[in-house]
Design a protein around this ligand. Structure first.
Ligand code: PEP
Ligand code: MG
Length: 594
């Protein structure tokens, strides 16, 4: 019987596929497909690992025999028995034979299936045997990794399911995926994602959206209700996951999938049309990127520049070794050069909150931090606390600026003092580069307006800045005191809240009055439900994921600024503004104009 799991819609569209369940602790296990011709060798790899573990366990037994308590010997016997038991050995082999999973993935998948069976057992003693299976699986995974280190050239064993064998489509279901891990799914075979935790603007969700694959987060019951290999439908528009759908539901969703694809194809044709409103106002649509290679998608979508390069993604997943100046320079230069003269806005590193340096999931973060990391040493605070790191990032950016126009954007500014400190660091680094004779270029300096304090004291900040960019994701979080990554309060995370809209409208208006460029690079810029309101507030530059650009452009092309006259006041004076209010307003103004 089909079951529905409700979560939060993150990335539009419908995905249909077989579920691949990945326990959060196992995301770092290699997941890839082996070619049909390699299946035999993969099974031999698994067998060699099993033999190795078997020898290890026998050796351990010999070592402790006579000295250790009888329970230890009995435990080692249990592990040996499990190792050779058909439910582990044969079933793991089957994942390789039938689904062409690599050996590590097969072990993790079978461990997951067995864990569920153990969890459902009535008998306490038997239920506790789950830990033994986990230990044996862990030994197998270690043996596989060791065998690779011992005998194989360094092959790409860590990529996540990067190519398939043309079998059933697959969707990924995980308790949680860190932003860093989500990045690895770029180019993977997964057609959709479901996670149990996270909010709509958590960084994992943002990266999922940039992949343009249907995704649902905060689907709390997903891992319990979805089983390995189940057929599931992910409805990324409604935030629903349907497990084991009936043929009728499946047919309905296949239809929707086709419709969605047709709509996307239609929108892609707008790619080369300039974004100009009906009354001739030119609107700048820029792209948000995470890595230099994302510039290809930005250009493909018709972006006129990069409005936000989240440089922190260069710093993640590196086991504590941060990229040095040279590595960063190469990355920034690549981004700038591939944008062919269009401006690139590089944001200095924004590490902290739900974006830790290593691949920690929200669960792990919540366990580790009793204090609130969103209010901690994050973004510019982190940079100013580590001048060596900050200087090398600034040097790399200034050097890349010799190859094309760069705007430097500083995250989480709350006080003019932080801008002054950044300017001082810039001056220090600039004179250092000049003294060394190192080629570098000029940069404009801008601040993210994403903390209410910055929005409320904007005139003070503007004196020190060339431009500002509104980070609505954090502005909502900090204004409403709602953790953007916490699914438990996701229903209260409201971009339509009057306080949020007032801060945005005031920031745009004050920046324009001061003659400074202002853009929005938070998720609201890429949500077509806000396009008219933001235009009415006076916004002329929007920055978003390349995948969101065509839908926003369509809205711009259909907008007439004269018809938006009065919309800002209507929205700002409403107690509970919503998209419905905007629609009603637009309908009325069209009728009046006719
Ligand atoms: C924002 O806060 O709106 C923003 C664009 O930055 P990030 O999502 O990376 O915090
Ligand atoms: Mg932010």
């Amino acid at each position: 019987m089909s079951v529905q799991v409700f979560g939060l819609p993150v990335s539009r569209g419908v995905a249909i596929g077989r579920a691949v369940l990945v326990a959060s602790s196992r995301v770092d296990v290699a997941h890839y497909f082996v070619d049909a011709a390699q299946v035999g060798e993969e099974i031999r790899r698994l067998r060699r690992a099993r033999d190795r573990v078997s020898q290890e366990l026998e050796a351990l037994k010999d070592e402790v025999l006579g000295d250790a308590p009888a329970e230890i010997v009995a435990l080692l016997d249990v592990h040996l028995m499990l190792l050779h038991d058909e439910v582990l050995a044969a079933a793991t082999r089957q994942w390789i034979e039938e689904r062409h999973y690599n050996a590590e993935w097969a072990v993790a998948a079978q461990l997951d299936a067995l864990s569920r069976q153990f969890d459902e057992m009535e008998d306490d003693y038997l239920r506790e045997r789950k830990a033994d299976v986990e230990q044996v699986a862990e030994r197998l995974l270690q043996a596989l990794a060791q065998a690779d280190r011992d005998c194989c050239p360094p092959v790409m064993r860590h990529t996540i399911a990067s190519h398939g064998d043309g079998g059933d489509p697959l969707v990924l279901v995980a308790n949680d995926i860190s932003p860093a891990d989500m990045m690895q799914f770029k180019g993977s075979v997964f057609r959709g994602f479901v996670t149990e935790v996270g909010g709509r603007t958590s960084h994992t969700a943002i990266v999922a959206r940039s992949l343009d694959i249907p995704a649902v987060v905060g689907a709390r019951e997903a891992s319990r209700l979805v089983q390995q290999d189940d057929w599931v439908i992910i409805d990324g528009d409604a935030g629903i996951v349907i497990v084991d759908p009936s043929p009728m539901i499946l047919e309905e969703y296949r239809f929707r999938q086709r419709q969605g694809q047709l709509e996307r194809d239609r929108l892609t044709r707008l790619r080369h049309r300039p974004a100009i409103t009906l009354d001739g106002q030119r609107i700048e649509l820029l792209a948000n990127i995470e890595l230099p290679d994302d510039t290809a998608a930005a250009l493909e979508a018709g972006a006129e520049g990069v409005g936000l390069f989240r440089s922190e993604f260069l710093f993640m997943n590196r086991q504590g070794v941060l990229p040095d100046e040279e590595e960063q320079f190469q990355a920034y230069r690549r981004a700038v050069q591939s944008m062919r003269g269009l401006p690139v806005t590089i944001r200095t590193v924004d590490i902290g909150a739900d974006k830790p340096l290593d691949r920690m999931t929200l669960h792990e973060l919540r366990r580790e931090h009793t204090l609130n990391p969103a209010l901690g040493l994050r973004a510019i605070r982190w940079s100013l606390a580590d001048p060596g790191m900050f200087d090398s990032q600034l040097r790399a950016i200034l050097r890349a600026a010799a190859f094309g126009p760069i705007r430097l954007l500083v995250p989480m500014i709350t006080h003019p003092g932080e801008i002054r400190a950044t300017r001082e660091a810039l001056a220090r680094v600039q004179s250092g580069l000049s003294a060394e004779g190192v080629v570098h270029g000029p940069v404009q300096l801008g601040a993210m307006i994403e903390v209410p304090a910055a929005a409320l004291t904007l005139p003070m900040l503007l004196q020190h800045l060339d431009f500002v960019s509104i980070g609505t994701n954090d502005l909502i979080q900090y204004t409403l005191a709602i953790d953007r990554a916490d699914e438990a309060v996701a229903h209260l995370y409201d971009p339509w809240h009057p306080a949020v809209l007032h801060l945005i409208a005031d920031t745009i208006s004050l920046a324009r009055k001061a003659g400074k460029d202002v853009s929005i690079c938070g998720e609201m810029a890429g949500d077509p439900a806000f396009t008219e309101v933001l235009l009415a507030f006076g916004l002329r530059t929007f920055s978003m994921h390349p995948t969101q650009l065509p839908a926003v452009k369509q809205k711009v092309l259909r907008a007439d600024l004269a018809c938006l006259d009065g919309l800002a006041e209507a929205v700002l004076s409403a107690e509970a503004p919503s998209y419905r209010l905007v629609e009603t307003f637009l309908r009325r103004s069209v009728v009046q104009a006719a």
